[in-house]
Write a protein that binds this ligand. Structure first.
Ligand code: NAD
Length: 288
């Protein structure tokens, strides 16, 4: 199955950590990107930040100046959803909430053309459930990138029960064309990585609550001696505690309250406090 053609329009809905990263990669791969966000100023900030990243890549000799200018020019801010009517692919990267995602896709279905593929970057919510209320659920697929998107090669291409295999294959080929290493998976709670990673976070949080060692010590042990690229606390700070907590809740609920996936009260308090990690300036560590 072929990738979507270079130059076709990819709409990215949500221009936070993930949406901005996806837009950066898609534009650098030759696709025209339309970015939309409900938060005032979010898209302009994302496009400006992406420009800075391209400039750094040019300085480091990893991108030519011409390629950076062309890629940046392919990024377009849109103020209304109606403006993504010509997209070949829409990638949703908004808040991790089933009802909000369903509302967005219901709106999108009234805007985009028949051949447009709808993709969700959800970390954990059932792709089957997100697609179910659509008139054409077969066109919706999970396209799950990892954070930070430009650096992480894996993309999980998630098929819900109704997903057309041809749609999943096109998204797989498109992720490959963007330099990623995609893998096909079925829509199970947490998919592959977020399912396997649940105990990594949960046991780290339990150890901290039992005062086994500080977050910094636990991170250092897992990173420097355990061979992990990041320890659980620095990784949760990078992901965002709001996002990570939602994922745990979603997996816990999807397995009917299986105690293995019980969310952490400590992390709930981090979310209550607005200590989301890097993006809010404070998590287990201080930033900025
Ligand atoms: P984020 O909070 O950084 O960004 C979300 C953005 O979506 C915000 O800018 C917000 O204003 C916008 N938004 C919210 N509701 C919207 C709506 N209805 N329409 C348009 N824009 C809306 O979150 P993020 O970390 O980028 O996560 C986004 C999605 O990607 C979530 O589903 C999350 O589970 C998933 N994800 C996150 C990570 C991660 O490590 N953070 C990794 C993989 C997947």
């Amino acid at each position: 199955m072929a990738a979507l053609e270079q130059g076709s329009i990819v709409a990215v809905i949500g221009s936070g950590a993930m949406g901005a990263g996806i837009a950066q990669v898609a534009a650098a791969s030759g696709y025209r990107v339309k970015l939309f966000d409900t938060r005032p100023g979010a898209v302009d900030k994302a496009i400006a930040d992406i420009g800075k990243v391209y400039a750094t890549l040019v300085e480091k000799g990893r991108m030519s100046g011409d390629a950076a200018v062309a890629a940046h020019a392919r990024l377009q801010s849109v103020a209304t959803l109606k403006e993504v009517d010509d997209a070949a692919l829409v990638i949703e990267a908004i808040v991790e909430n089933l009802d909000v995602k369903r509302m967005l896709f219901a709106d999108l279905e009234n805007v985009v053309g028949d051949d447009c593929i709808l993709a969700t970057n959800t970390s954990s919510i059932s792709v089957t459930a997100i697609a179910a209320p659509l008139r054409r659920p077969q066109r919706l697929v999970g396209m799950h990138f990892f954070n930070p998107v430009p650096l992480m090669a894996l993309v999980e291409v998630i098929s819900g029960l109704a997903t057309d295999p041809a749609v999943a294959d096109t998204v797989y080929a498109t992720a490959s064309a963007w330099g990623k290493n995609p893998v096909h998976a079925k829509s199970t709670p947490g998919f592959i990585v977020n399912r396997v990673a649940r105990p990594f976070y949960a046991e780290g949080l339990r150890l901290l609550q039992e005062q086994a060692a500080s977050a910094a010590t636990l991170d250092a042990v897992m990173r420097d001696c355990g061979g992990f690229r990041m320890g659980p606390f620095e990784l949760m700070d990078l992901i965002g505690h709001d996002v990570n907590f939602s994922v745990t809740q979603s997996v816990f609920n999807a397995y009917f309250g299986d105690p293995r996936f019980t969310p952490s009260v400590l992390q709930q308090e981090m979310v209550n406090a607005g200590f989301f990690g890097r993006k809010s300036g404070r998590g287990f560590y201080q930033y900025g």
